[in-house]
Design a protein around this ligand. Structure first.
Ligand SMILES: [Zn+2]
Length: 204
């Protein structure tokens, strides 16, 4: 029994996560800034930080099917720099309607916000759409789990520090009630824990 139990556990874990790719494959799947036509931020103006938390956001505006996500990212980068006078897109990663992940602000640089919390130390993920209005689709939910798991493993972020914008600020409903439900009900924390356990079992 003493010998059997760990292998049973490993089998169970591998069954529950059998479809998952290794986390380094998730990292390779992230579309780099240059690939969507973005430009790097001015490093001399950046506020450097070390990641201790993961914080989920939504776009807060409808994202119509058929919208080119790369054009959206280019507009968002221009707007962030010119209208807001920010260093860059406020978030480090953006997830589109198909669950594709895009690099935005360099993860080494602290983000920006319109609300009162200090995003220093936070890895910021934005999902396109307004989740006060629409439900997130499964591809988006899956991508959030994959990206959160990658970041949690890479930066040793505790599951307790996987939260959303409204958990840090009273001034926003972000990431929208229909996405926040998954934060509040521990869907993401649970899925990330499984994903990380599967990754450990794989590397054994
Ligand atoms: Zn937000």
């Amino acid at each position: 029994m003493r010998l059997l139990l760990p292998s049973c556990l490993a089998l169970l874990l591998s069954l529950s996560v059998h479809a998952a790719e290794p986390l380094d494959a998730v990292e390779r799947a992230i579309v780099p800034v240059a690939a969507w036509g973005g430009t790097p931020a001015d490093a001399s103006k950046a506020r450097r930080h070390a990641i201790t938390q993961i914080t989920l956001h939504h776009q807060g505006e409808p994202f119509k099917p058929g919208t080119d996500p790369q054009a959206y990212l280019r507009r968002l980068q221009t707007w962030s720099r010119t209208s807001k006078n920010w260093l860059d897109i406020p978030y480090h990663y953006v997830i589109d309607l198909d669950g594709r992940m895009y690099a935005a602000r360099n993860i080494d640089y602290a983000g920006d916000t319109n609300t009162e919390y200090d995003p220093s130390g936070h890895a910021l993920i934005e999902v396109v759409g307004n989740f006060e209005e629409v439900e997130p689709n499964q591809a988006q939910l899956d991508a959030v789990v994959e990206l959160m798991a990658l970041l949690a493993a890479k930066y040793k972020v505790s599951l307790d520090d996987i939260k959303s914008h409204r958990d840090h600020s009273d001034k926003t409903v972000c990431p929208g009630a229909k996405l926040y439900r998954y934060v509040k009900e521990d869907y993401f924390r649970h899925k990330v824990a499984l994903r990380l356990a599967g990754e450990q079992a794989r590397s054994r």
